[in-house]
Ligand binder design. Sequence first.
Ligand SMILES: Cc1ncc(COP(=O)(O)O)c(C=O)c1O
Length: 454
Amino acid sequence: MSSQVKYILDEESIPTHWYNIEADLSKNTPPPVDPSTGEYMDPAKLEAIFARGAIEQEISRERYIEIPQPVREIMRQWRPSPLYRARRLEKALGTPARIYYKYEGVSPSGSHKSNSAVAQAFENKRAGTKKITTETGAGQWGSALAQACNIFGIECKVYMVRCSYDQKPYRKAMMEVFGATTIPSPSPYTEAGRAILAKDPNCRGSLGIAISEAVEDAVKNSDTKYCLGSVLNHVLLHQTVIGQEALKQMEMANDYPDIVIGACGGGSNFAGIAFPFIGEFLRGGKKADILGVEPAACPSLTKGKYAYDFGDVAKMTPMLKMYTLGSSFIPPAVHAGGLRYHGMAPQISNVAAQGLMRARTVQQLDVFRDAVFFARAEGITPAPESAHAITAALDEARKCTETGESKAILFNLSGHGHLDMAAYIDYFAGKLKNYEYPQEEIAMALSCLPVCGK
Ligand SMILES: Cc1ncc(COP(=O)(O)O)c(C=O)c1O
């Protein structure tokens, strides 16, 4: 019997193309709507804030889109990422399940976010962009983009969600190491930020608010473009290197996953691992059970409404058709800051609406209990966001223990938690709590959904 633990591909096996699920879906993802006209957005208008290359990727229906050579050269540093068979974890659980995890914590920023950061910074360099603004929740995206901008000599300004800014000072320091400026959001420097602070000077912030500030900054400055760390088609596209590698690595392991699991914030790491497997199925291949996991405190896929909504609080973005909790919903300050987004990526929402995946929620205390259990077995301390996938994977493995089934479970370990230790300190001190589904706040936010004729 094989006792192999890690499945490693060589650098020549880095995918040469991104996989675009749009080519295989029977119903295409509804395009964004321009709030000023109520019609589908003219992609040319997006050039006010995005690089042209990113827009072309956003609207493409090609199945495979070539990854520019310079992006592939940079990704050599951490790609292909390892796939692990979690043998010590299986033993600790006493499960007959075969558990695999794809580990994205090996990138310079410590998460999958570098995969898209480099691709987006490259397209901006190509477009002659001098400055980039962005939002960040936990700081993983901000630090990935800061590093990528540093590679290409582009200035980077990051609006960081206030509660994460306070919880994770080392992420801020890391962004500064790469020469970026970090501003706690809501800030007094934008109209959007000032409007929120006027109503609530102690506002803990949200990704939706930070996006408004970063977009406003880009709209008002002609030398500045905006980058988003999740949600949009092109960001999900960039992450498909994860699942494409995992397909090859599962083949090396002579196995195929019965279940594929990922944590869902805006949806990029989940899409990264899941879309290539869904694509296999849509093209007549094997079917895996695809499971997205979100926090009970911010349950967009499981409790949201599938409707057109704004991507940000100040309603500056185009309207996106997505499962949403309402763009004004400010989620409780759970430690998984990267999962505090009111909506789910339009492509994932479309995939979910077509019944090609399922979703569930998990509670913060279970997530930290399982993160610690995983770390003690496998030696990797996970990011709180990634640990949502761990809880779901452990639950599936525990079910196998009960039924005696030996399923192959694959999950995406999207990042390490080395700069999230304050969350672990709070967990051990008994300071963390579960959050109930904030029903009233969500009902209020959903009652303000924009009217959209599409
Ligand atoms: C490590 C990690 N995993 C997951 C996420 C969630 O984002 P997404 O759903 O886009 O993968 C984040 C976001 O910050 C993150 O930092």
